[in-house]
Write a protein that binds this ligand. Structure first.
Ligand code: CA
Length: 497
C-alpha cells in the first residue's frame, strides 16, 4: 500500500489524501498571483449558501481529440466558440480522458472514479452498478435540478440503475431551461454525437476548412483521402462548436452566465488508427476549457496534468458538497483559482473496447503519463491491440479502429510504400511494456522500453504505476492477467466499433 509520504503517489491519489480545501488549503499552499485574484471570491463549503451555488453546464463532444481547436493553434480547426470559452476562463493544455473509449471515459467523468474501480464500467458497452453514485445524483440530493440531452452515459445497459447517471432526459437544453425554477441551481449534461464517425462528405465540402492546411500526424499516411477524412471530422467539430454557441446564448439570454460553470470537453481522442482506443495521447488527450466568471481569471492557461475524473469533485466542491473520500479524481478548483502544485502524473487505462477479439476479449492496458514520459503496461501482449485481423467479414477486422476512409485505405494498401509503418503502428502487436520520451517523440512512435539506457526511467515509472494501482484498488496490481473484464456482459452489437 502506498503511503501518504510518497509524493509521487499522493499526486494522483484519492482525495482523502489531498490537502484540505477552501481557505485552509489556500493558507497551506500560499496564494500566488492567481490566488490573490481569486481570494475571497470562491464560495468555500463553509460559506456557500443555496443561492450562491453555481449552475453546472458540461458540453461533451464525442471523439474530439487534442489539439483540434483554434485555441490550441491547430492549423485547420475552426472553433471560435470553444476558443471564446477558453479565453473567458481557462484553457487546459494537458487534459486526458481517463480511458480512450466512450463508456469508461464517461463513467469516470460522472463518478469521479478511475474506470478500474467501476467494475464492469471499465468496458465499452457495459453496465454501471447502482452503488456508484454520479455527481448529478449527488448534486440532486442537495437541491440541484439535473438533466441531460443526447449522449451522456454509455453506450451501455442501464438495467442496473433507475436512470441515466447524468439525469433525466430532455429534448434539448432549451426545453430543460424553460422548466427551470428561478432559485434552484441546475446541472445539465449537453451531449453531442459530433465528431463521431461516420462522416458526411457534404458537410466537409460545405465548410471553410482547407485540406491543404490540416495537420496529418506522422502515424498516418499523408494522402488526399486521409486529408479529406480529417476535413470531414473537423467539419463535425465545427458543427459541435456552433451548438456550443447556441447553449451559451441560452444561459446568456436568461442572465445565468455569471453563475454558471461551463465546461467544454470530449470523451476520448479522435477516431483514427493508433488514436481512439489506445492509451497514446491521440487516444486520451482531449480539449478542455472551463469558464466560471468571477472565479476563474480570463486567459488562464492550465498546463498541469488533468484527468476528466477531476470534474466530478470539482462540481461538488463548487456546490459546497463534501467530496466522497473514495474519489480518485481531484477537484480542479485550487488549480483554477490559485497556484496548485504540479501534478507528477496521471494514470490512463483501457479494458475492453469493441467486440474485436474472439471470444470477445479485452486488450487491457495501464499508462502513466508525466509531463515528459509515457509508460504503458500491456497485460496481454499476445493479443492484437486493435483487434483480431482474421475475424469473419461480417465482423470486420481490427475492430477497435472505427470504420472510415482512413482505415480502409490503410488496410487496402498496407504493403505499399508509405503505408507499411502506419499499418504496423496501428495494428501490430505491442510489447508488455512501452516507453516513450514525449519531449522528442510527442506521437509515441519510438518505443524505448527495451533500450538499456532507459531502464531506470522505465523502472521508476513502473513503480509509480504499481503504487497507484495498489492505492486505488486496481485488481491488476495483484493479478495482472485477471480475466474479469473479458467475461462481463457486452451489450453492444457485434459489428459496431
Ligand atoms: Ca467517444
Amino acid at each position: 500500500m502506498a503511503s501518504a509520504q510518497d509524493p509521487d503517489t499522493a499526486a494522483n491519489a484519492p482525495s482523502a489524501t489531498s490537502a484540505p480545501r477552501g481557505l485552509s488549503r489556500r493558507s497551506v499552499l500560499g496564494a500566488g498571483a492567481a490566488g490573490t485574484l481569486a481570494l475571497g471570491l470562491f464560495p468555500t463549503a463553509s460559506r456557500a449558501t443555496p443561492k450562491a451555488r453555481p449552475n453546472v453546464l458540461i458540453v461533451v463532444a464525442d471523439d474530439w481529440g487534442y489539439p483540434h481547436a483554434g485555441a490550441y493553434a491547430d492549423p485547420a480547426a475552426l472553433t471560435p466558440v470553444f476558443d471564446r470559452v477558453a479565453g473567458e476562463g481557462a484553457l487546459f493544455t494537458h487534459a486526458f480522458a481517463a480511458a480512450p473509449s466512450c463508456t469508461p471515459s464517461r463513467n469516470a467523468i460522472l463518478t469521479g472514479q478511475a474506470p478500474h474501480r467501476l467494475e464492469a464500467g471499465a468496458n465499452l458497452w457495459s453496465s454501471l452498478p447502482a452503488r456508484f453514485a454520479s455527481y448529478p445524483d449527488l448534486l440532486e440530493k442537495t437541491g440541484y435540478r439535473v438533466g441531460k440531452t443526447q449522449k451522456a452515459y454509455g453506450p451501455g445497459s442501464l438495467d442496473e440503475r433507475p436512470r441515466d447517471p447524468a439525469g433525466p432526459d430532455f429534448a434539448d437544453f432549451g426545453q430543460f431551461l424553460q422548466e427551470q425554477p428561478a432559485d434552484v441551481p441546475f446541472a445539465f449534461w449537453l451531449g453531442s454525437a459530433d465528431p463521431h464517425r461516420p462522416y458526411d462528405p457534404a458537410l466537409g465540402e460545405a465548410s471553410d476548412i482547407d485540406s491543404a492546411a490540416v495537420d496529418v500526424p506522422p502515424y498516418l499516411p499523408d494522402t488526399p483521402e486521409v486529408r479529406e477524412d480529417i476535413v470531414n471530422y473537423l467539419a463535425e467539430v465545427q458543427r459541435f462548436d456552433r451548438r456550443l454557441d447556441d447553449a451559451l446564448a441560452l444561459i446568456e439570454d436568461r442572465g445565468l452566465a455569471d453563475n454558471t460553470i461551463v465546461v467544454v470537453t470530449s470523451d476520448n481522442g479522435w477516431p483514427w488508427p493508433r488514436a481512439k482506443a489506445t492509451v497514446y495521447d491521440a487516444g486520451t488527450r482531449v480539449p478542455l476549457a472551463i469558464r466560471w466568471p468571477g472565479h476563474v481569471a480570463p486567459g488562464t492557461v492550465v498546463d498541469r496534468l488533468t484527468v476528466l475524473s477531476d470534474l466530478a469533485p470539482t462540481f461538488l466542491e463548487a456546490a459546497g458538497i463534501e467530496i466522497p473520500a473514495d474519489f480518485t479524481g481531484q477537484s480542479l478548483i485550487p488549480t483554477l483559482t490559485e497556484s496548485a502544485p504540479p501534478r507528477d502524473f496521471v494514470v490512463l487505462e483501457r479494458e475492453r473496447h469493441a467486440r474485436s477479439r474472439e471470444p470477445n476479449l479485452a486488450y487491457p492496458a495501464r499508462a502513466v503519463r508525466t509531463a515528459d514520459w509515457l509508460y504503458i503496461r500491456n497485460y496481454f501482449p499476445e493479443r492484437w491491440p486493435a483487434g483480431d485481423p482474421d475475424l469473419s467479414a461480417s465482423q470486420g477486422v481490427f475492430s477497435d479502429i472505427d470504420a472510415g476512409p482512413t482505415k480502409t485505405q490503410l488496410i487496402d494498401r498496407r504493403q505499399q510504400p508509405g503505408f507499411v509503418t502506419p499499418f504496423r503502428l496501428a495494428t501490430g502487436k505491442r510489447g508488455a511494456e512501452e516507453l516513450y520520451d514525449l519531449r522528442t517523440d510527442p506521437h509515441s512512435l519510438a518505443d524505448l522500453a527495451d533500450d538499456p539506457k532507459y531502464a531506470a526511467v522505465k523502472a521508476h515509472l513502473a513503480g509509480k504505476l504499481l503504487a497507484w494501482q495498489r492505492h486505488t484498488g486496481d485488481l491488476r496490481a495483484a493479478n495482472p492477467r485477471d480475466r474479469f473484464w473479458d467475461n462481463v456482459p457486452y451489450y453492444g452489437p457485434s459489428d459496431v466499433t
